[in-house]
Design a protein around this ligand. Sequence first.
Ligand SMILES: Nc1nc2c(ncn2[C@@H]2O[C@H](COP(=O)(O)OP(=O)(O)OP(=O)(O)O)[C@@H](O)[C@H]2O)c(=O)[nH]1
Ligand SMILES: [Mg+2]
Length: 484
Amino acid sequence: MNLITAVGELLGEARQAYRGRPGEAAVEAVTAHLAEPLKVAIAGRVKAGKSTLLNALVGQRVAATDAGECTRIVTWYSHGDHPAAWADPRMGEPVPLTPTAPVMLPPRIRIEELDRLRMQLPAPWLASMTLIDTPGTGSLTLTAGARTERFFSRPSDGGTVDAVLYLMRQLHSSDVDFLRMTADAGANGGSLVTAVGILSRADEMGGGADDALTHADRIAADYRGNGRVRSLVHTVVPLAGLLAEASGTMQPREFAGLTALAGAGPVATAPLLVSTSRFLDPARRVVLSGADREALLRRLGLYGIRFGLRLLADNPRLTREELCVALAEHSGLTRLRTLLSSQFAERRDVLKAESALRVVDTVTSADPIAEAAVLRRRMEQVRVNAHEFTEIRMLTDLRTARIPAKAAQLDRMERLLGGEGIGVTARLNLPAAATGDRIREALAVEHAYWGRLARHPLTKPDLARAATVAVRSCEVLAARHEAE
Ligand SMILES: Nc1nc2c(ncn2[C@@H]2O[C@H](COP(=O)(O)OP(=O)(O)OP(=O)(O)O)[C@@H](O)[C@H]2O)c(=O)[nH]1
Ligand SMILES: [Mg+2]
């Protein structure tokens, strides 16, 4: 039986069993969610760049990111044909709001009384995933941060988040605490919420010099190689959020400002580009007004301005669209989108099924009625029968260095189990256009290799167990390939 069908049936039974009890709402919410886009939360410490990343992915500046402004409430952004917004109070009906960007609360609504804000937009990215912007964790805004913690620990909403984008500037002990907490949400034999670590504000690394992003690439690679980090997040990628946001939202006036600066030539602009105070110094006479310079700096940062000017110097006829493509590329946004499509969107059924089982797990342990034991047994059956879950758990074991194997073997197995994307060609390290024969051949090679390893008397038990999972993956892939 298909995974979503199996989970849907289990949820149907749970709903019956918990009718009229406190767990009912959570089961209902997660049942409805099986038919919805993935829910992906953006989390991290205060000012890590969460709202900026949200805007970058949506391609519109819908979340407030001004220096003084912090996100004080959990806000959901989902897909809809026309813009609309609501405030959901803790008690009572949703209140419709004017869908301005950012959404403003009328004075009669107090933020303390709200559970969350919701905004619906016709942005294409949101059709594949609902994004949830959360207040920063960490010491600065205790109450707002507490909202985020509450959000993640409550099964009715945070408990059903399918994946987390976790932003960090450098790994801080509170980041580790937070990620442990989200991981613990499914600790009773369940699995981790899939999290991707994002090394944010990459343009500021290494003092914000021109090689900042190279620097960020290196730090991200170090984190990826760090066992403690890998046990918490799926992978770590760098992102220059400000550039990413600008790539989808640059206004003609901003582009004109940049081209005017470029037109003034390096002799005139070089002294400005030394520091932000020089750039804004009203005494310096350049082509742009002080206000325009300030606006440009806020949108691109000094690193972004320097990057844009370099591109324009190389090609003075560069269009705004071309500049935006280059910004998306250079900022890491293009790579992040690809990663999210392959890791999250492709796996959405498994991720949603995981969240559903987490809810059944929480509800049945919090309220152990007579039917709970049966439901838990059924939940285990679904887990065991779905090879997808076995793969995800094995991927976690591989990444947390619990499997004794050579690095090359680990890489090969990680790929085969879908760590780089769940499509058959990605798993076999073949070009996307590989023919059916090549795929069959490669599957046979993998099947034989892992089968031999699993059966070999000298293979350590943990590795043998992993190799058996790999063998099964080959069989599932082969069956699916033949069926197509
Ligand atoms: N230089 C630089 N500045 C950034 C970047 N991302 C965000 N910022 C700036 O950092 C400040 C905070 O950004 P936000 O996106 O609001 O951060 P946040 O994590 O949502 O902050 P809170 O909601 O208050 O926790 C803003 O002034 C942004 O312009 C980046 O990649 N580079
Ligand atoms: Mg924010």
